[in-house]
Design a binder for this molecule. Structure first.
Ligand code: SAM
Ligand code: SF4
Length: 326
């Protein structure tokens, strides 16, 4: 499926819940969150129906996200069912990793094609300060468990923020020295509450790593569905990656759409443009009609984001990351 700028759209991120067991400061307030009513969440039947329709339209890769996707009951069964849909080649998940110690085995049994774990610091006090929960040990045990089980496709996603992990970049990257996994740095975006936080530029990270570990050599093979650039370091089992949506804009190659947990198909991370599919699913619309509406909307996908451009403020999305899924 192509949009009006001839971009091939083959990747969908589905947020299965807005609930989370952490409260990362840049993503979610400590309390007072208005959680979505259960009746407004898409049911698994509705998600599966949409996945089938999207697959017919050319979506090949699906990432499950949240909130925290592992807190939604029955998530492993959902993964198994999505994997059986004709045309879907890859199902992956992004998780904060807290529930991995008890869920890793069941998750791997689904045949999941990739597990992304968000982890910004390896210091217990900083983890507690950032996520407002003392659960770093669970995340590390989860990574260890995946390793014990021989799981290969793991990415650690770290948002580099001067005030949180500015002095720990080399330490976090050490995970890719110890384990055959990819550590990726995801640039902080102006979504949610980022007041008081300073994004760390890729050049600073690269310099820190070269000083500590040696030359970063560009790695050409693709390791994911997105626009990351990858590097190897001497004596490392894993790789290092960078995704800088602001400083290295990759909109011209954007291949994705998003589905929020209440069924809004979102066409660009920045804007509140898209279509509410939930009401359509709950009316008597048939698949052919839903498909036509999706196709028409994807065609209109915006050309690019303009974060930090005040002139587009009126169409900026007020949803936070935990409501969109990253
Ligand atoms: N709870 C899961 C997790 O943390 O992986 C999935 C949802 S979470 C919203 C997905 C990703 O969005 C996490 O890696 C998180 O660090 C990232 N994120 C949240 N707010 C962000 C922001 N303002 N800029 C960049 N990444 C952000
Ligand atoms: Fe939860 Fe993920 Fe947001 Fe952290 S980043 S609060 S883990 S949804």
């Amino acid at each position: 499926m192509l949009d009006q700028y001839k971009r091939k759209i083959d990747y969908m991120r589905i947020s299965v819940t807005d609930r989370c067991n952490l409260r990362c400061r840049y993503c979610m307030p400590a309390d007072g969150i208005e959680q979505m009513a259960c009746k407004d969440l898409l049911s698994y039947e509705e998600i599966l129906r949409l996945c089938r329709i999207f697959a017919q339209l050319g979506i090949k890769k699906i990432k499950l996200t949240g909130g925290e996707p592992l807190v939604r009951l029955g998530i492993c069964h959902l993964i198994q069912q999505i994997k059986q849909i004709n045309g879907i080649e890859q199902v992956t998940i992004t998780t904060n990793g807290v529930l991995l110690p008890q869920m890793a085995e069941e998750l791997i049994k689904t045949g999941i094609d990739g597990i992304n774990i968000s982890l910004d610091t390896l210091q217990r006090d900083k983890f507690l300060e950032l996520t407002r929960r003392d659960q770093l040990a669970d995340v590390l045990a989860g990574i260890e468990r995946l390793m014990e089980l021989g799981y290969k496709n793991i990415k650690i996603n770290c948002v580099p923020i001067m005030e949180i992990n500015g002095n720990q970049i080399a330490g976090i990257v050490g995970l890719a020295k110890k384990y055959p996994l990819v550590v990726r740095f995801i640039e902080l975006m102006p979504i949610g509450n980022i007041t008081g936080y300073t994004a760390i530029h890729r050049d600073f990270i690269m310099e820190t790593l070269q000083n500590r570990y040696g030359e970063l050599v560009p790695y050409q093979s693709s390791l994911g569905n997105g626009p990351a650039s990858y590097f190897s370091l001497p004596k490392f089992k894993g790789k290092i990656g960078f995704i800088d949506a602001i400083h290295h804009k990759f909109c011209e190659a954007c291949n994705r759409v998003r589905l929020t947990s209440n069924g809004f198909m979102k066409l660009c991370l920045q804007y509140n443009v898209g279509v509410d599919l939930k009401e359509m699913l709950r009316s008597d619309a048939d698949d052919a009609y839903v498909k036509q509406v999706i196709k028409k909307n994807i065609y209109k996908k915006p050309l690019e984001h303009h974060f930090y451009d005040e002139s587009v403020a009126q169409i900026r999305d007020e949803r936070n990351m935990f409501q969109v899924g990253g």
